[in-house]
Design a binder for this molecule. Structure first.
Ligand SMILES: *Cc1c(COP(=O)(O)O)cnc(C)c1O
Length: 368
């Protein structure tokens, strides 16, 4: 065993739990919690890192791609990683209500964790631009949903001002505990692979997640657990790419509603991540996003939401620039079930309806 592997085995291996206890328990010593913190958990984290064998053969050149499938968190997106900590800390300081602006997933997650902690949750969403599954979740979990005539950026501005004036805690990714919780995804990647990938491909909206991943990789590096850092590759949808074009987009548009954000709150942090990690940011068109989305579903058996597929779309766009034998992780941020409308309108599968329930007719329809 190499020296490097031995160190990783010795220091970094998370305890081998029979049942994953949730990320606060699993990574306690890396998180700002103490014995008095009430842990509000749905056993989030511990998500799979799945090899993408068909994608590997498309890219070739010895490149190995994995999906960090964070759509398998309890409310179906990586937002749960940040929310378990943000809500636990709000509960610790005796807060009674939380608020967020959301393109959908933050509201679903905030609602679930807040209600679990017996707190009220208020969510502001852009009317008409939240995928069905996400809205359903917020309502079922018991959030108080306020749909505004305006986009996400406007909603965020309002909740920031409200949380300054009224006794409600803001749980958008400006809340530092969100980033702390989300950084555990980077720990999990290293703990699973036992080495650091060359690239991390990640979709960017407010750029909280790319900031969090980078923080996680840096913490393992600074603790001497790892000996290198990955390049952080961030992707945005072309119609909604303020970090790629370095300007605020007043009317962001994309089919990937989770990243339909024109004025990211973590803009400065994102540019620091890009510089420090020697990474890069690119835009991908809605067509490229949908192509990656369909590939993941049909070729790999992974159903993610359109925003998540931006990570693979970006990687495929850079196909010819990937160094030989690279190991790459694409972060799949949310579950495909969140946005059934998109799925039903964008697939290459056959769907025949109104068929007579007869064996001969069905066998014929099957091509026999
Ligand atoms: C929130 C979200 C993003 C964007 O994450 P940021 O931290 O805002 O950059 C991407 N994909 C999905 C599915 C999301 O819910």
């Amino acid at each position: 065993m190499s020296f490097y592997k031995k160190i990783i085995n010795k220091i970094s291996r998370k305890k081998q739990y029979k049942h994953w206890p949730g990320l606060i328990e699993g990574y306690k010593k890396w998180l700002p919690v103490n014995d008095n913190t009430p842990v509000i958990t749905l056993q989030e984290g511990g998500t799979p890192l799945i090899p993408l064998n068909k994608i590997n053969s498309i890219i070739g050149n010895g490149v190995k791609v994995y999906a960090k499938y964070d759509g398998l968190n309890p409310t179906g997106s990586f937002k749960d990683r940040g929310m378990t900590l943000a809500i636990s800390k709000a509960k610790e300081s005796k807060k009674e209500a939380v608020i967020c602006a959301s393109t959908g997933n933050t509201s679903a997650s905030a609602a679930a964790y807040a209600q679990r902690a017996n707190m009220r949750s208020f969510v502001l969403i852009p009317d008409g631009y939240v995928a069905q599954g996400k809205l359903a979740q917020a309502l079922v979990y018991g959030a108080e949903v306020l749909a505004i005539r305006g986009n996400f950026d406007k909603a965020l501005q309002i909740v920031q001002e409200i949380s300054n004036k009224y006794p409600v805690t803001l749980v958008n990714s400006v809340n530092p505990y969100r980033i702390e919780g989300q950084k555990t995804a980077a720990f999990e990647i290293v703990d699973t692979l036992k080495y650091v990938p060359d690239w991390i491909c990640i979709p960017m909206g407010n750029a909280g997640n790319i900031t969090a991943y980078w923080k996680g990789f840096k913490e393992y590096f600074e603790a001497g657990i790892t000996k290198k850092l990955p390049k952080m590759m961030g992707f945005q949808a072309t119609g909604s790419a303020p970090l790629v074009f370095n300007k605020t987009i007043n009317e962001p548009e994309t089919i990937a509603t989770a990243i339909r954000i024109g004025n990211p709150v973590n803009r400065d942090k994102a540019f620091i991540v890009k510089k420090e990690s020697k990474g890069n940011f690119f835009d991908v068109s809605d067509d490229e996003i949908l192509n990656a989305y369909k590939l993941l579903g049909k070729e790999e058996g992974i159903f993610c939401e359109p925003a998540s597929a931006a990570s693979l779309a970006g990687l495929l766009k850079l196909k010819n620039e990937i160094p030989k034998n690279s190991v790459i992780v694409c972060v799949l941020t949310g579950n495909g079930l969140k946005d059934p409308d998109c799925a039903i309108s964008n697939n290459n599968s056959k769907f025949k309806s109104d068929i007579e329930p007869s064996i001969e007719i069905i066998a014929k329809a099957m091509g026999f």
